[in-house]
Design a protein around this ligand. Sequence first.
Ligand code: TYM
Length: 414
Amino acid sequence: MSLGLENNLENATNRLSLTDCQEEESDIVDPWNVQSRSQTGVDYDKLVERFGSSKIDEELLTRWKKVTGKDVHPLLRRGIFFSHRDMHTILNLKEQGKPFYLYTGRGPSSDAMHLGHLIPFIVSKWLQDTFDVPLVIQLTDDEKFLWKDLKVEQVIKLARENAKDIIACGFDPENTFIFSDFTFIGQCPQFYQNIVRIQKSVTFNQVKGIFGFGDSDVIGKISFPAIQAAPCLSTSFPFIFGDKKIHCLIPCAIDQDPYFRMTRDVAPRLGFSKPALLHSVFFPALQGAQTKMSASDANTAIFLTDTPKQIKNKVNKHAFSGGQATVEEHREKGGDCNVDISYQYLKFFLEDDEKLKQIKQDYTSGAMLTGELKKLLIDTVTPIVQEHQQRRAAVTEETVDKFMTPRPLRFNSK
Ligand code: TYM
């Protein structure tokens, strides 16, 4: 029996590695690289096909609205969350009054998070509010120690700093548990037990196929995916769920999908359901949609620590424009919103649908100039960053301790 299951997993992995071989002509999307040759960025339709996920379509959104009785979030409505796995199962659970929980995370590689990192946390908060479910947030300080030139002591500090930014997103303290791997692994034997169960279920060949690890990669990297997979198993949090096996839903950008493709293969063999996923597109770099906004390159990113002046300068200097070379030409031909970064950012952060529509019309027709569009972006994003900074400044060490203490949450499994 176990041989048959192992073969199934082997086949799934081969399929993935075969598609990965064809990547030369297409976009590169994995947890460490996002690169597209096209100015409009990654071809997300192709990615859905390649990764074998499902598109978030009108039918799903209509059902979602019906089941929850609430409007769906603009980031879903605008197709920024564009792909899912098993979201219908989650809506079935909601209809049946059965429990599930949310799981998301952050790799603390720098003390400043950027605007792109906010996206999954904004939607996680909205999901928590909409469904009133527990949320666990993993800070993979161990991952960043393994991948970056950082010391253990540094990544532990960065995890705590990042926790403050995450808390500033407004999560419910009675229903949210934030943990750093380095700390939690020593607090909760069940977490480590699940990690090792997963490690025993995946071969080196399989992680090579999924993540592209090679012979010269350190063994810590090779075994790490099990650590990001383990929070999908509810028994990793006995103080919240006891020994109940509960469904898990993960909001993240699609770069994290390889971890959860692996988990979805393993979970049923360990007696758990496959984690469901909601995938977002990437918040693009200032220089253009060929790559994602990344904390590793300061010029590509607007950080949550930036001052109004820095934001203004970065947008004016670096935000790729879809406008024409001269004002006359622009008035005549109009701009291209599909490649214009200021417009793309407004799609993420401007809440007013009508205003966004009008901006698109005006920029495309040439009535609005690039400088005007950039100013609109600066005026939209600056207060968002400033308000975040105020909320973050109000997060005390005691609040961080509270969120990061293993404890029961307001969770009542029916
Ligand atoms: P990290 O720190 O790279 O990213 C944190 C979250 O932000 C998403 N993200 C982005 N979303 C939109 N636009 C961008 N430019 C952008 N850059 C990053 C990521 O997809 C992620 O959701 N290994 C993970 C940490 C982790 C995790 C998880 C993430 C552990 N468990 C469960 C999601 C779900 C990491 O390094 O994320």
